[in-house]
Design a protein around this ligand. Sequence first.
Ligand code: CIR
Length: 254
Amino acid sequence: MRFTKAIVRTPGASMVDGLTSAGSGKPDYAKALVQHAAYIRALESCGLRVTVLPADEAFPDSTFVEDPALVTPAGAIIMRPGAESRRGETAAIEQALAGFFPNFERIVPPGTVDAGDIMMVGDHYYIGLSKRTNAEGAAQVIAILEAHGLTGSTVPLKHILHLKSAAAYLEDRRIVLGGELTGRPEFSGFDIIPVEDDEKYAANCLWINDRVLVAAGFPKMQAAIRARGFETIPLPMSEFRKLDGGLSCLSLRF
Ligand code: CIR
């Protein structure tokens, strides 16, 4: 598969009030803007045309555009975010996607889903059951996928925020797995690239058109991905990490 487009949203100054469990302090907004700009340049260097949405101060976590929508080759699904403070992000993301997708499916109550819990593996979608994504929401996603000839299955999670906090699919059956996902039977048929415990954060890397964006400062992860023949693009992510955000969270790719 090849991606041609991406949507991102500039972080707002209100990001300092974003949700977090990291316990590493508030992000430095000026630094976050610089890191975000580098992220956009990296997407462009992978051949993507990037739509940059303006900061939305009303929603401190709105720079994490991956969560409020799932974009599949069969169309877009508007999520119902698990965190109350993020629910209102969906209206603006739907508006942004309307330029690219003619109609939408929607997750409805009592379902909740953050698309950071959804990992696309070809025509199959793994859906993490987390504090944000409940079984009802996952069942709705699977029903929508199946109506379009795609499939989905669930992966119960214990501690991580989202499925993709600890996993990334690098195409051709290669999958990066760390933390509580290490050794999980759901992924036994894959070519696993393990993440060492002291580099857990780096599991959230991002395959784009045969290059892989990797958080800077994780040399073992970078070496492991390079050893598979990929060119890697290291990106500083410290300020988004303070909000539990990773590389995939910052864009919608299609
Ligand atoms: C949140 O807790 O919702 C944000 N602070 C971080 C979201 C990260 N998104 C992702 O992993 N897909």
